[in-house]
Structures are given as structure tokens and as C-alpha cells.
Design a protein around this ligand. Sequence first.
Ligand code: NAP
Length: 405
Amino acid sequence: MGRFCHGSHIALTFTMNVSTPPFSAYTKDNPLPATLQENRVLNKDGSSKDTRHLVINIAGSGLTYSVGDSLGVYASNRPQIVEEIIALLGATGNEPVMPPRFSAPISLREALTTKLSLASPTKRALETFAAKTTQPKEQATLAELLAPGPGADALRETFLGQREFIDLLEEFPGAKLSPQELVDLMRRLMPRLYSIASSPKLHPREVHLTVAPVRYESNGRRRYGVCSTFLADRATRRKTPIPVFVAESHFGLPTDLSRDIIMVGPGTGIAPFRAFVQERIATGATGRNWLFFGDQHQATDYLYGDEWKRFLAEGKMARVDLAFSRDQPQKIYVQDRIRENAAELWAWLKGGAHFYVCGDAHRMAKDVDAALHQVVGEQGGLDTEQAAAFVKQLKKDQRYQRDVY
Ligand code: NAP
């Protein structure tokens, strides 16, 4: 028998069958207040990248995870931006507001800190500012952005793409929105999901993440990715509660431990493969492990390089093929290494290997997919259609899996 306490302290009792997976009281709706145990920059001095190895402490919580799962994290917005918005509204922060789908009011400061997304204003926000402003100059700018036709659509898309709510409050002070009027324009702050970089077999009390804090500039302002900088900059070690939950995934290892696996994970895409290899070692899997990894420079950006070198030396990795894009005049990417090793890769696939890709969805995963089709076509003597059918079958058999973002 087990006891399960839900968020609202309702206790339920259930019978646990031996085949039932371990159960945790912590869910998306009732996240575990975990803490940060370690926050280490993986890149070496001189790198232009900032990639963090984060260790989240889940000891004693009952929270369990499997390799391939993601950790959902509820972040808080930057306090400086929250205070600036409150000041621009001419508010104190104590005003009661109702965020979307709330049934009782909370303070404006709390809503802006933990419940609302301060980014990505929409056309509706511009319409509200246009309806409210009394300033002719602001009215003219907003009218131009809201005019019908493709010209204004494009202009508006660019304008909104470079702005967050704080920019609109600064640029259109004549609108004088009330706290609730602003809140009504904002979306809920959603949790962010990060691929887990550890195996529970090796680290049952910890969840490891590989996170690149997002920082950039737009419209003359420094911008910060909400969750990545919450974890990297604002979560004080062992103190700040980090609300987390485990998001199960379709992405996972073959149950047959004798199967070979091929993993393609440049940049932060390396995360689940560190977990995969830890798990394969812990379970005594006999299948071979082949990793393709890439980043800017070998000297500074070989993420978990010492671990891969050690596993290779110990025979726990069959192959690690590296693509450092900026160590030579021409770019070299993971898909170039895949093409260079076409015959071997084809032999692994014919032998039943599973092929995994993790990382950037927009360019890398598409290019790797094209390289896979090319290898299959050329090595298998298949035409374009047959190669596509082969890859489709791999997917159907769960032998080609992607975790891309
Ligand atoms: P990353 O810096 O984007 O890339 C890692 C490696 O992949 C670099 O060597 C990069 O080379 C290379 N690369 C670039 N284009 C490629 C392509 N078409 N095919 C294969 N490899 C390619 O990876 P990261 O460290 O994971 O991410 C760093 C930053 O990018 C973060 O701020 C992250 O948030 C952002 N990012 C965003 C998304 C997204 O929003 N969808 C996805 C991934 C990463 P070069 O840079 O030398 O060209």
C-alpha cells in the first residue's frame, strides 16, 4: 500500500502492484521544491559559450525518473524586470490581480514574478495600447503597426519579435494601463523542459541538466531566457526552491541490452546521451555505444570530454566522433562525420542499431536527417524513395528517435 498526497493535501490510498512503476506525489500540478546542488560552467576559459552542468537535488522526495525523460522547471522572472514593470505602471506591486485561470486574486508582484510570461506580446496587446493611449504620436505609431495588409503585418511581426511587455510600457506611456489590464494581455508562465543528463541508476538522488543560459540583446535591451538564467544566475545553491517535476518521454534506450546505439548530440544535445551511457554501463548492456558530438572548439567546448575519453579508454564507448565547427577555416558539423563514416554507420544500422538525435531542431536535426537518408541510400544501394521508406521503417520500429528543441 502506498500513500499519495496531492497538492491540496488530499490524501489518497492506492494498492501498489509489483509491476507498477515507482510513484511520486510530485507532478506538474504539484511540483517538488528541489534545490540546486551544483552549478558548474562546462566550457573552459576563452570559450565564447556558456554551458552549465546543473545538479538538482531530489533526495528524499520519492521523485523518480528514467533516462530519456525531461525535468520540468517552473522559473521565476528576473526581479529587476518585475520592479521596472511595476514602476512603469505607476503601481506598488501590492495591487490584487487575477492572472488567467485564477479563481482568487494575488498581488501584482507575485503574478509578474511567478505566474505570467513577460515576453511575447501579441497583436491584441498593441490593440489595447492603441485603444487606451491619449498621445497622438503613440496613436500614429500604433495605427501604422495595426493597419490592414501584408506590409503592416510584416512590420508588426518584426516590431513584436524584438519586444517584451516592458518595451511596450516604455514606448507607449500614454496608454496608462491598470495592473489588471496588463495582466489580461499576458500569457501564463509555462514550465520549461530540460533533457535529463544523468541515469537514476548512478544518481538516484540527483537530476543532472546541461543548460545553455540564453542571453542576447534586442531593441537596445539585454534579454535573458527566463528559465535558463533562473537556474544559472538566480537559483542560489541549496537555498532557492526550484519547483520541478519529471516529464516522461518516448525517447529512450532499447530494452534489448545487446542492441548497438548511435547518438548524435551536438552542443546541449549531449544531455540525454550522457544519461544513456551511464545507464548502459550500469545495466551491463553489451551493445556498442557510438557518439557523434560537436561544438565550437575542442580545447574549450568538448562537453564532458573527460568522461568520454575515460569511457573510450575503458572500452565502454565503441566510438566517439567529434566535429568542432570553428577549429579550422571551414565548418565541420556532426553530419559531415556521419557522411565520412557512412559504411560503418550502415553496418551498425543493418545490425539493428538504434539511431538517436538530440539538440537544435531548426537546422542541425534537419541536416542530420538528410545525412542519414544519404547514407542509407548510398550504402544500401537504394533510390530516394526506398531510402525514405527505410528511414520511415526505422522510426516506426522506434529505432530512429529524436529529442529536438
Ligand atoms: P549550438 O551552439 O547551437 O551548436 C553546437 C554546435 O553545432 C556548434 O559547433 C555549431 O556550429 C553547430 N551547428 C550549427 N549549425 C549546425 C547545423 N546546421 N548542423 C549541425 N551542427 C550545427 O548548441 P548549444 O550549445 O546547444 O546552444 C547554444 C545556444 O543556442 C543556446 O543559447 C541555445 O538556447 C540556443 N539554441 C536554441 C535552439 C532553439 O531555440 N531551437 C536550439 C539549440 C540551441 P557553429 O555555431 O560554429 O556554426
